[in-house]
Design a binder for this molecule. Structure first.
Ligand code: SF4
Length: 286
């Protein structure tokens, strides 16, 4: 973080009791002003060095794995240590991906790198609660939310491919509305941090802390790979974080509205995603 960015962030504490304005409202306004300043400064911060080549970034991955992975009696690094390494390595060339299911990873990264870009895949098919969570995140957290949108609106997609493509060909729908837009957005970065956790699905059981993401041409960081559902919930409660209200309404895993149902009793948490289909990933992570 540059000294100018640090000055913008210190303005967060300038408004408070005694200013005649509700302290919470004052803080929200100060946060919005700091966000705007930093948003304007980030291109210059990135311009100080070029984006590294895939070969250079692969070497960074190797160094990161040597530092952060378990080795002998040394356990793997915790989430804060992984993020500290990533901030040192990538700075303004790092983004966080968020589905707005919870805000734990965004908060963890913002604590060490305020106003980090948080990429939200705005597919056009989200629940109102998810869009509400996205709005609340900008008010409550020191982050810069970037809406990552598909090339086609839902209406344009319907006109070109027919309505409800998600029912007929969810792979194609996810590819157009989630995977391709995120790949394009990541062209601006060297690394992305995701909330992928090993306990979520069999395909994620061996998710590494740091890896080379061949499809997107960036480094992929999974700081909370080892966290359980309870650890995520505990962290959110301890820090008073915004959580998507659908989690308390029977949806333990939240995606697009047409493709997300409440799991049946006894079924696993992600069984409500693309329920009845042989699909449990959108393609962003596996
Ligand atoms: S989750 Fe469903 S609606 Fe969302 S992009 Fe994938 S197929 Fe389309």
């Amino acid at each position: 973080m540059t000294t100018t960015e640090a000055a913008a962030i210190s303005s967060l504490s300038l408004s408070g009791p005694g200013s005649g304005v509700n302290p919470r409202l004052a803080r929200v306004r100060a946060r919005a002003a700091a966000r705007e300043s930093i948003r304007a400064m980030r291109p210059a911060a990135r311009a100080k060095r070029r984006r590294r080549t895939p070969g250079e970034l692969r070497a960074v991955v190797e160094r990161g794995q040597a530092q952060l992975n378990a080795c002998g009696d040394t356990p793997e690094a915790n989430a804060q240590a992984v993020i500290a390494w990533a901030v040192r390595e990538f700075g303004p060339y790092m983004a966080v991906a968020s589905s707005m299911q919870d805000t734990v990873l965004s908060h963890l990264v913002a604590e060490q790198f305020p106003f980090v870009d948080v990429l939200f895949g705005d597919t056009g098919y989200h629940f109102a609660e998810t869009l509400g969570t996205r709005g609340a995140v900008e008010i409550e957290l020191d982050v810069n939310v970037v809406d990552v949108r598909p090339e086609l609106s839902v209406a344009e997609q319907d006109a070109k491919y027919g309505p409800k493509l998600h029912d007929r060909d969810p792979e194609a729908c996810c590819a157009m509305r989630k995977v391709a837009p995120m790949k394009k957005a990541l062209e601006n970065y060297e690394a992305w941090a995701t909330g992928v956790r090993r306990s979520e699905t069999a395909a994620r059981a061996n998710a590494p802390l740091v890896s080379w993401d061949e499809r997107n041409g960036v480094v992929k960081i999974n700081p909370i790979a080892a966290w359980t559902d309870d650890e995520v919930a505990d962290y959110a409660a301890r820090h008073g974080l915004v959580v998507n209200p659908l989690l308390a309404d029977g949806y333990p895993s939240v995606g697009c509205e047409p493709c997300t149902a409440r799991p049946l009793p006894g079924e696993d948490a992600r069984s409500g995603r693309w329920a009845g289909l042989d699909k449990d990933e959108c393609g962003l992570h596996v």
